[in-house]
Design a protein around this ligand. Structure first.
Ligand code: NAG
Ligand code: NAG
Ligand code: NAG
Ligand code: NAG
Ligand code: NAG
Length: 941
């Protein structure tokens, strides 16, 4: 704000100068120099600086030129943002063009796609040089070298400049540029943030700049400990190292020695260790303390000894750390004395205790309060006479706050733009006074216990609302059409409530909706025709309602759908023939009464990532063109009537992480090439958009912490406009809305977000598959769940399964597997569910060590020849199944037993031959077999 004022002030001076007080025009040679500069900016054919006209006499009146009011020499030159965008870039300008302007004190060349300031910019009076937002790799040369004879570098005479402010933010500096900077010992403010620097060693050179008052090295790649020589920069008023990769402890001398600090920015690094804020006791001017997001490794103590924060403190930002561990996570007591806090952010810090209502009472200028992800309890007691006009952002989500919201909340927080109370224990009705929050852009009350209907004023008059999330409450009633008509609404989440009735048919006038989720309610009737009028709808989730009937015809107008979930309604069975699925990424049509063959239109779904067709009545083959859907990661075909064999084209889908073909009539052998699928090996590619939210937020709210200093931080202004979070939410929603159900450990689990990214599994159970289990599946080292149960598989359990290091659930039950359970499986330390029941396995169950100590009888039963804990002990030598000892058995008994023995022996021989044959045919086992034989019979070649 003050910067803005000072900027305006300089313009006022300019206007005054232009109007009066000036008796003569500017110097002719300076005017000529300016015209040459103009030509260079416009080269080859630009039209910037139209007011710079030769005939017009006085150049002091030109746009961006300021002169001294007595000498009429140019003292300030604002050429920021001057070169036109279309002109060739990057671009080089000659420093010599500026040399005639001998009295120049301020030169602003920001945002000009400048790649080099060629030559020496030797201007003795130059105090401020602004170069941010260009393509510079080096710092312009500012010195006239007067003696270069000696070889010794240090004795070169540099006729010095008096540069005080150097702004290089957002360039592409090479690391050596740091060495150039260390020579400008007159510097008071230096900004080299966002320059892709990473030579942490060279940072120590900056410690020689003893007059530095502002230093910004944020958003680079610096790593390792923060140089402790920074403790010597005792003039520093602002120190910003945000967004690097600094690690180790924050040197406590830094807080202790730098008594002039007004701004501390340490967020977004990897600092660790513990830090007592009591070492800030001497910084009586501290206004901003910013220490967010250091990967939870940092312990911060504000108590014992207690920190008495400076009376200037306005911004206190801390998150993802361990706060006051030794004081039971107490809310920092220094807050109690503060009366002028503007922005408080203390999220995910393990705080306990009642919600600090007094914080709101005491700080009427509070703009921003974020306390999400702690253990704050109690109720929100906001007296009705409070007047928090300045408050824009209020987030206490993910705590354990209870009770009802005060009915007057909308009147005491009239200017709120962002309100997030989600994931608490709030109850009662949503206060209708919220309709009074005319600037509200985001309202998230999801996952509480709210009841009643959506209040009318909110649904009808919230014209600024961009995101409304009321998911996971007990809300009821019908959905008013006006809600979908709110002009700014882009994301509407009403899922998991008790909404009833039909969605009103009527007319929509230009909805901006991008995301609409009304799943898991009791909505009934047909889909309104207006759904197709939501032109830019990207995600539509209607699953688990009572909707019915065919899709409306103009459903086809939805050309931008990326995610569509129509599962579990009575919709369908048709899919409009016009459906354009080329950009669809997530398609869920489970329980959709689809019939016939695998839908052909899906062959055009080249972007598809998830295809969920579970529990329909599809039949015929799984088509071989499925191999064309190269982006497919999740394929769910459970519970259909697919038959014939599993197409080997599936093996072309290298990105697959969840494959569920269970409960079909698939037959034939399992293609061993399925080992080619990634099943998690490719890591996190599900989420292409990895953003660092703290950075974006920083941009959005930087203006509130704009300090009155020479240089720092006003650079963020206007770079992101206020409602940036709609964008954020959209990119997050893309993945958070996507939900996949997959059976593992005999439970149907739902996977979302980052968990979905980590999940990988293959379920081929309940089919008619035959043949051996491909030993190659042992290569699926990232696989977490494998279910081949309820088939007709034969042969042994492959030893190679001991390589399934991440498998948590392995179900091979109800097959005809033979041979022993390979003892190597004991190395599967991740295994928590293991089933081989109802096969023909034999031999000893691996010792009850590690995971194998936890499996019970049900894992093994129904294998007559298997012994050992938890089944019967193997000591009774005989491997026959337990038969109750009967003393007076009859002849029939004997003949039965004989027959059993023979059939058993027969099947044993067959099985043995099978194993031998298998071992002989399979190259790996052939090798192992020959090795074995070689060991047993030393003379074997
Ligand atoms: C001219 O500038 C000086 C300082 O540079 C200032 O004190 C003086 O008031 C200015 N005169 C006018 C007429 O603006
Ligand atoms: C150039 O910078 C000055 C001072 O920071 C500012 O007032 C002016 O609006 C800027 N001009 C442009 C074109 O961005
Ligand atoms: C601070 O500067 C003094 C000399 O003025 C030097 O002896 C000392 O080592 C410096 N401290 C650090 C931590 O570099
Ligand atoms: C919506 O706003 C209009 C005009 O401000 C007002 O007349 C109307 O009563 C409001 N509607 C509701 C439901 O509060
Ligand atoms: C489908 O949508 C894509 C992308 O919007 C478009 O390029 C393509 O022409 C559309 N195809 C049909 C058949 O409408």
């Amino acid at each position: 704000m003050k910067c803005l004022l000072s900027g305006m002030w300089s313009w006022v001076v300019l206007l005054v100068l232009m109007g009066s007080g000036r008796s003569m025009g500017c110097l002719e040679e300076e005017k000529n120099a300016l015209l040459k500069i103009k030509a260079a900016f416009n080269h080859p054919d630009g039209s910037s600086l139209p007011s710079w006209q030769g005939e017009d006499g006085d150049c002091c009146g030109w746009e961006g030129v300021e002169c001294d009011n007595t000498t009429m020499q140019v003292t300030r030159l604002y050429l920021n943002n001057t070169r036109e965008w279309g002109l060739p870039s990057p671009w080089v300008i000659d420093a010599s063009l500026f040399l005639p302007l001998e009295e120049l004190q301020v030169l602003n060349l920001r945002w000009n796609s400048l790649s080099e300031l060629n030559g020496v910019l030797y201007l003795k009076k130059l105090k401020r040089l602004y170069l941010s937002g260009n393509y510079l790799q080096r710092v312009p040369s500012l010195y006239k070298q007067t003696s270069v004879e000696t070889q010794n570098l240090s004795s070169i005479q540099l006729e010095g400049v008096n540069l005080e402010v150097l702004d290089l933010y957002d360039n592409y500096l090479v690391n050596d540029a740091l060495a150039d900077i260390t020579r400008i010992t007159s510097l008071k403010a230096l900004d080299i943030s966002g320059c892709e620097l990473n030579a942490s060693k060279l940072l120590e050179g900056l410690c020689g700049l003893r007059t530095l008052e502002e230093l910004d090295i944020g958003k680079n790649g610096f790593w390792g400990p923060l140089p402790s020589c920074f403790c010597n920069l005792t003039s520093l008023r602002t120190l910003n190292v945000k967004g690097n990769n600094f690690s180790g402890a924050i040197p406590s001398c830094l807080l202790h020695n730098l008594k002039s600090l007004e701004y501390i920015g340490f967020s977004g690094n990897a600092f660790e260790g513990s830090l007592s804020l009591a070492s800030l006791a001497n910084t009586s001017n501290l206004e901003v303390f910013d220490l967010m997001d250091n990967r939870n490794h940092l312990e911060i103590n504000t108590e014992g000894p207690t920190w008495f924060a400076s009376s200037q403190l306005k911004v206190f930002v801390l998150s993802n750390c361990v706060l006051n561990k030794d004081a039971n996570g107490v809310i920092p007591s220094f807050f109690k004395q503060r009366r002028d806090l503007r922005r408080v952010r203390l999220s995910h810090s393990g705080m306990r205790g009642n919600f600090p209502n007094w914080l709101l009472d005491n700080n009427v200028n509070l703009e921003h309060l974020q306390l999400q992800g702690n253990n704050l309890s109690g109720a929100l007691n906001l007296p009705s006479n409070l007047n928090l006009d300045s408050m824009r952002w209020f987030d206490v989500s993910a705590n354990i706050i209870e009770g009802e919201l005060p009915s007057w909340i909308g009147f005491i927080l009239p200017n709120l733009a962002y309100l997030n109370f989600s994931a608490n224990l709030l109850e009662g009705r949503i206060p209708s006074s919220m309709g009074n929050m005319k600037q509200l852009q985001t309202l998230d009350l999801s996952n509480n216990g709210f009841t009643g209907e959506i209040p009318k004023p909110l649904a009808e008059n919230s014209t600024s609302l961009g995101l409304l999330k009321l998911s996971g409450n007990n809300l009821q009633g019908q959905l008013p059409l006006r809600l979908f008509n709110l002009p700014g609404l882009t994301s509407l989440y009403l899922d998991n409530n008790h909404f009833t009735g039909g969605i009103s048919h009527g007319k929509l006038n230009g909805s901006s909706l991008r995301v609409l989720d009304v799943s898991n309610n009791f909505l009934s009737g047909t889909l309104p025709n207006w759904i197709g009028d939501i032109e830019y709808l990207k995600m539509l989730v209607l699953s688990s309602n009572l909707l019915e009937g065919p899709l409306p015809l103009n459903f086809c107008n939805l050309h931008h759908l990326v995610l569509l979930d129509l599962s579990s309604n009575n919709l369908g069975p048709n899919i409009p023939p016009c459906a354009n699925v080329t950009i669809m990424r997530f398609l869920h049509l489970a329980n959709y009464t689809l019939e016939g063959y695998f839908p052909k239109f899906l062959s055009r779904a080249s972007s598809i990532v998830t295809l969920d067709l579970r529990h329909n009545a599809l039949s015929g083959e799984v088509p071989s063109w499925i191999g064309l859907l190269q982006n497919l990661k999740v394929l769910l075909l459970q519970g259909n009537n697919f038959e014939s064999s599993i197409p080997s084209d599936l093996c072309l889908l290298k990105n697959m992480s969840i494959l569920d073909l269970s409960q079909n009539n698939l037959s034939g052998q399992i293609p061993s090439c399925l080992e080619d699928l990634s099943f998690g090996k490719d890591g996190a590619s599900m989420n292409a958009v990895e953003s660092s939210p703290w950075l974006l937020e920083d941009f959005a709210f930087a203006p509130t912490e704009t300090p009155p200093w020479l240089l720092a931080f006003y650079k963020y202004e206007g770079r992101f406009s206020f409602p940036y979070w709609d964008y954020l939410d959209y990119t997050r929603a893309k993945f958070e809305l996507e939900e996949v159900n997959f059976m593992t450990k005999r439970r149907l689990e739902s996977y979302k977000g980052s968990i979905l990214r980590l999940m990988s599994g293959m379920d081929l159970s309940q089919n008619n598959l035959t043949g051996f289990i491909p030993p190659e599946f042992g290569h699926l080292s990232e696989l977490r769940a494998l279910n081949l149960s309820h088939n007709h598989l034969t042969g042994p359990i492959p030893d190679m399964f001991s390589n399934l290091k991440n498998v948590e659930s392995l179900d091979l039950s109800y097959n005809s597997l033979i041979g022993p359970i390979p003892p190597q499986l004991m190395e599967l330390y991740a295994l928590s569910d293991f089933r081989v029941a109802h096969n023909n396995l034999s031999g000893r169950i691996p010792d009850g060590k590690f995971q194998f100590g936890t499996f019970d009888k049900a894992s093994y039963e129904g294998n007559p020849l298997l012994c050992g804990t938890p089944l019967t002990s193997c000591d009774n030598s005989s491997q026959v199944p337990e038969t109750p000892p009967s003393l007076n058995h009859t002849r029939e008994d004997d003949s039965w037993r004989e027959a059993f023995m023979w059939s058993f022996a027969g099947s044993y021989v067959v099985a043995f031959l099978g194993v031998v044959l298998f071992l002989c045919l399979h190259p790996y086992y052939r090798y192992m077999l020959s090795e074995l034989v070689r060991k047993l019979i030393p003379s074997f070649p």
